[in-house]
Design a protein around this ligand. Structure first.
Ligand code: ATP
Ligand code: MG
Length: 229
């Protein structure tokens, strides 16, 4: 089964979408559209009648909704249904609600057991920077966190900041697939692109393809190759 990314052009680069129930890493520099794409993914899920968990520590729910409010893909309406659960790990209330999912201390185990017990279909973690805050940031901790999420039945998108496109992190190796959003600064302007770096079991288009921000969110033109100079 394939799950839509919420962006039609990207789905076609993926031969129909993301294989369900696997974990994916979404990477890119600041402002490249990671949160926007994750929000389109979430909106698609809720429209489809699925249950979603959105984990963050960057922002409040209101800030997220506000940031997405100038797009018309319907994020606010989708997330105001009870199919949407928002967890900001810096908030005491969120951490308390997580605490009831297991006596074991440790974010990774609790989060995985919450996803299993609540039977979320799709999960977004925005972003892996939150791991530095709650773990000692070692590869073992990251491995533990990612492995815990992989053992659930949810389709998971893990947002991973990355400014150096060659500096792969642990989560890129552990993920079933890796999608990159690129920003090329050239001639005083910015060219945007999307690239599927890996997708196990899928015949993918690995070239960098054209991305534009429209009023309806990210739009991918799979027929247009982006060639950075
Ligand atoms: N209609 C719009 N509404 C909101 N942002 C828009 C819109 N059109 C273009 N953008 C641009 O989208 C960018 C933000 O994208 P987004 O927040 O998804 O990036 P990100 O990769 O998550 O960034 P960060 O690493 O800072 O979290 C902004 O720089 C903004 O200028
Ligand atoms: Mg973001």
């Amino acid at each position: 089964m394939r799950v839509s990314t919420g962006v039609a052009g990207l789905d076609s680069m993926l031969d129909g979408g993301l294989p369900a129930r696997r974990l994916y890493t979404l990477s890119g520099p600041p402002g490249s559209g990671k949160t926007t794409l994750a929000s389109q993914f979430v909106t698609d899920a809720i429209r489809n009648g699925e249950d979603v968990l959105y984990v963050t520590m960057h922002e409040t729910r209101n800030e997220l909704v506000e940031d997405m409010s100038s797009y018309d893909f319907g994020f606010e309406r989708a997330t105001s249904t009870d199919r949407f659960t928002f967890l900001n790990l810096t908030r005491d209330r969120s951490r308390q609600s997580l605490a009831k999912y297991g006596r074991e201390s440790g974010l990774s185990a609790r989060l995985a057991s919450m996803i299993r017990q609540e039977d979320y279909d799709r999960v977004v973690v925005d972003s892996t920077m939150l791991l530095d805050h709650f773990t000692d940031g070692t590869d073992t901790e990251v491995t533990h966190f990612v492995t815990g999420l992989k053992q659930t039945d949810a389709t998971v998108v893990l947002v991973s900041e990355m400014t150096d496109p060659t500096a792969y992190a642990e989560e890129h190796y552990l993920a079933h697939g890796v999608v990159f959003l690129h920003n090329f600064l050239e001639g005083g302007g910015m060219t945007r692109g999307v690239q599927v770096v890996k997708m196990r079991g899928t015949n993918i288009d690995c070239d960098i393809r054209d991305v534009t921000f429209t009023g309806s969110g990210l739009q991918v033109d799979p027929s247009r190759k982006v060639r950075p100079d």
